[in-house]
Ligand binder design. Structure first.
Ligand code: GLV
Length: 323
């Protein structure tokens, strides 16, 4: 069996895979170009890829032996899952192991944007700090504020647990109501418009799907209060970035904490990056050493199980397993 890896894996996972199978690894620190992906997949039985690798129907057609696609991420919007399913190819992902780490980062963005942490750092280094000033870098309180969670999956629930420690009022919206988690986390289920209009912080925790693409656009941003903040650690395409820029630049929205963008890497000249009321990170929600090792391990477990015909820990399209 041959597998193609689109990047070297952290920790012991690379070695574990190499001991079990014949492994072809793209050696560069940037994603393989399309023709390299085509070359790598021409003979591969399995693939381990990242969210940066577009795996579409055409690519799958050119991969006649492919049985398993293991994505080292919780989000798998980079893979055409219906096309994979039609071809009987199993797709897997790595949920769970990154939940707490990503929730930490969402909360870090909440604190950073409201307490002007990044602006403050820049100011301290600038040499312009003259004295303790009663009106220097005034921000907004996080404790006691209203947090709106758009999407109420694992990561949103982990954010809610943190918010409880800050005495926040927690609202959530999801396609379905989750009565058990709703009660145990002390949250309130509301419609999306109500969530947008009541929250001091709106934090996005939905997967990218046709239904959520552009879910936060001009109309939704207009429902948010001018003193509210938007936090996005999910996927950039959930938000209409041009509309977000207009809202932030015109003062119709107080600020945004962003870890994800419609196009990544985001262009350094992107209008959003010109604004002081934006804290911008380079898609690092799950980026701690321990979590990345766990994600790589789980991606390898998924791949090995899928190739050996046993049920992997996290299948996305278990229907291809049959029985
Ligand atoms: C990161 O964005 C992931 O989906 O794991």
């Amino acid at each position: 069996m041959r597998v193609y890896l689109t990047r070297r894996l952290p920790g012991e996972s690379q070695r574990r895979l190499e001991q079990a199978l014949s492994v072809d690894t793209w050696p560069e620190p940037v994603p393989p170009p399309r023709e390299e992906l085509l070359r790598g997949l021409a003979e591969a039985d399995g693939m381990l890829c990242l969210l940066t690798d577009q795996v579409d129907a055409l690519l799958l057609e050119m991969a006649p032996r492919l049985r398993v696609i293991s994505v080292m991420a919780v989000g798998y919007n980079n893979v055409d899952v219906p096309a994979a399913t039609r071809r009987g190819i199993l797709v897997t992902h790595t949920p769970g192991v990154l939940t707490e780490t990503t929730a930490d980062l969402a909360f870090a963005l909440i604190l950073a944007i409201s307490r002007r942490i990044v602006e403050g750092d820049r100011f301290t280094r600038s040499g312009n700090w003259q004295t303790w000033d009663p009106s220097l870098l005034l921000g907004r309180d996080v404790h006691g504020a209203v947090l709106g969670l758009a999407g109420f999956g694992r990561i949103a629930q982990a954010v809610a647990r943190r918010a409880r420690g800050f005495d926040m009022t927690i609202l959530y919206h999801d396609t379905r109501r989750l009565p058990v988690e709703e009660v145990s986390l002390g949250t309130e289920f509301v419609s999306l418009p109500e969530l947008l209009s009541r929250s001091d912080f709106v934090s996005l925790h939905v997967p990218l799907t046709p239904a959520t693409r552009g879910m936060i656009g001009e109309a939704e941003l207009a429902l948010m209060r001018p003193d509210a903040f938007l936090i996005n650690t999910a996927r950039g395409e959930v938000v209409d970035e041009a509309a977000l820029y207009r809202a932030l630049a015109s003062g119709r929205l107080a600020g945004a904490g962003l870890d994800v963008y419609a196009r990544e890497p985001v262009d350094a000249a992107h209008p959003l990056l010109t604004l002081d009321n934006v804290v911008a990170l380079p898609h690092v929600g799950s980026a701690t050493r321990a979590t990345r090792v766990r994600m790589a391990d789980l991606a390898v477990d998924n791949l090995l199980a899928g190739l050996s015909g046993t049920r992997p820990p996290h299948p996305v399209n278990p229907e291809v397993l049959g029985g």
